[in-house]
Write a protein that binds this ligand. Structure first.
Ligand code: UDP
Length: 394
C-alpha cells in the first residue's frame, strides 16, 4: 500500500440489526490503521448497527433498501428453482446498484461481511475488477446454501477470511486462498469480578442463587430448547439454580420466543428462567453468572464464549463448529454433544458441584482469551492480508 492516498476499502454488510458479525466488523474498522487505508461502510438504509460511536467518523453509503431477499433466513436460501429466479434477478439489480456505489466512492478493494453480500458484493466487485475479500462468519448446512457458497467462491475467486477452521473447511478443495483469522473482542470491556447488586436486584436474583447465563440471538440453532430440558433435569437437585437468557428474536422469528416461554412453563421452569431481551450491558451481565452456557447446534465461532472467558467464567458449550477452537475441553470449560440435554445437564452439574474446578477453568479461560482473542490482532492480520493482495495486484 505505497500509493500516495491510502487505499479505500469498501466494507459491505446488509444487516439491519446488530448481530455478532456487525459487532466484529465495528471492532475491526475502529482498529484499522487509518494512515494505511480509508474505510467506507456500504449498508442497508436504516441499519441500526451504524449507531455505534466507534464508527462515527467512517464514511457510510446506504445502497440497499430493506428487502425480503436480504431478510431471508439462511435455510431458505436454496429453496426451489422457481423461488430462485426472482432472487437472482433481485441480486443482480442490487449488484449493479452496488457497482455504481463502488465507482462513486473510489473503492479499491471490497470486503464483504455478511452471507448475502458475499454474492451481491462479490459480483459487484468483479464487475469493477476490484480485489474481493469475503469475511465468512457462517457455517452452512447442505440445505442452507452451502453448495451455492462454494459455487460462488469458484466463480468469484474471493480471498476468504474464515473466522474458524470449521468455517474454512467449507471451502476445502476449491482453488481459492483461505486465511483463518479468529474473531477478537474488545478485551478491556470485560473483566472478572463480582456481580453488581443493582443488576442482581433488577433481575430478581438473590445472593444465594446459582446462576447460569446464555447470551445469543433467540434463534433455534443456538439450542435454547436443549438448555431448558437440561435445566428441568437439574431443578430438583438445585432448587436455587436460575437461568438468565439474554437476547432477542429477529422479527421474522417472533414465534420462537413464544415457543421458548411456553416450553419453559410446560417444564415447570417459569420461576427459574429470566428472559431479559436484548441488552447492551453484556459485560456486566456476564459477571452475574457462575457458569456461561452456549448449547448451539452448529456454531461458527461464538463471540460470547470469548466474552465469558474474558470475564473469567467457565463455559459449558457444544462440540460444534468452531467452538472447540475456542474452548479447551476440560481446561477452560466442558464440551458436550449438541442437542443432548442429559450430557449438558451433567456438565453443568459437574461445575456446580465443584466450585474450585469451575473457578480454575474461569481463570484459564481468562488467560486464553487475552492470549489469543484480541481485536488488535484481528485488525493487524486483516491489514496484512490487504497488503499482500495489493502487492500481488500491483
Ligand atoms: N449481544 C448483545 N446483546 C444481546 C445479545 C447479544 O450485545 O442481547 C452481543 C454479544 O455480546 C456478542 C454478539 O452480540 O458480542 C453475538 O455474537 P455471537 O458470535 O456470539 O453470535 P451471532 O449472533 O454472531 O451468531
Amino acid at each position: 500500500m505505497s500509493c500516495d492516498a491510502p487505499p479505500r476499502i469498501a466494507y459491505v454488510d446488509h444487516a439491519v440489526d446488530l448481530g455478532g458479525a456487525e459487532h466484529s466488523l465495528i471492532e475491526l474498522i475502529s482498529r484499522l490503521d487509518r494512515t494505511a487505508l480509508t474505510p467506507t461502510i456500504i449498508h442497508t438504509e436504516g441499519a441500526k448497527w451504524l449507531q455505534s460511536d466507534r464508527i462515527a467518523d467512517v464514511a457510510k453509503v446506504a445502497v440497499f433498501l430493506p428487502h425480503p431477499l436480504l431478510e431471508q433466513k439462511r435455510d431458505e436460501v436454496s429453496a426451489g428453482l422457481l423461488h430462485l429466479i426472482p432472487n437472482v434477478w433481485t441480486a443482480l439489480r442490487l449488484s449493479l446498484k452496488l457497482r455504481g456505489a463502488l465507482r462513486r466512492t473510489g473503492a479499491q478493494l471490497v470486503h464483504t461481511n455478511s452471507l448475502k453480500t458475499h454474492f451481491i458484493g462479490g459480483l459487484a466487485a468483479r464487475l469493477r475488477r476490484l480485489p474481493l475479500v469475503w469475511h465468512v462468519r457462517d457455517l452452512l448446512g447442505e440445505d442452507e446454501g452451502y453448495h451455492w457458497l462454494r459455487r460462488a467462491a469458484r466463480l468469484l475467486r474471493p480471498h476468504v477470511i474464515a473466522i474458524s477452521e470449521a468455517v474454512a473447511e467449507q471451502f476445502a478443495g476449491l482453488p481459492i486462498e483461505v486465511t483463518v483469522i479468529p474473531n477478537g473482542i474488545p478485551l478491556d470491556n470485560f473483566c472478572p469480578g463480582p456481580p453488581s447488586p443493582r443488576l442482581r436486584n433488577e433481575l430478581g436474583l438473590t445472593a444465594d442463587d446459582r446462576v447460569l447465563l446464555m447470551v445469543s440471538r433467540l434463534t433455534p440453532w443456538k439450542g435454547h430448547m436443549t438448555l431448558l430440558e437440561a435445566l428441568a433435569g437439574l431443578a430438583e437437585r438445585w432448587p436455587r439454580l436460575k437461568l438468565v437468557v439474554v437476547g432477542e428474536v429477529a422479527f421474522w422469528e417472533a414465534g420462537y420466543e413464544q415457543q421458548l416461554t411456553q416450553r419453559a412453563a410446560e417444564l415447570g421452569l417459569a420461576e427459574q428462567v429470566i428472559w431479559t431481551g436484548f441488552r447492551s450491558d453484556v459485560p456486566e451481565l456476564l459477571r452475574l453468572c457462575d457458569i456461561f452456557v452456549l448449547p448451539s447446534v452448529r456454531e461458527p465461532f461464538g463471540r460470547v464464549i470469548i466474552e465469558a472467558m474474558a470475564t473469567g467464567r467457565p463455559v459449558v458449550a457444544t462440540k460444534s463448529g468452531g467452538v472447540p477452537e475456542v474452548v479447551v475441553d476440560g481446561q477452560t470449560g466442558l464440551l458436550v454433544p449438541p442437542e443432548d440435554a442429559q450430557s449438558l445437564a451433567s456438565a453443568i452439574e459437574t461445575l456446580l458441584g465443584d466450585s474450585q474446578r469451575a473457578q480454575q477453568m474461569g481463570a484459564e479461560g481468562l488467560a486464553r482469551a487475552h492470549k489469543l482473542f484480541s481485536t488488535d490482532r484481528v485488525a493487524q492480520q486483516v491489514q496484512e492480508l490487504y497488503q499482500r493482495i495489493f502487492s500481488e495486484n500491483r
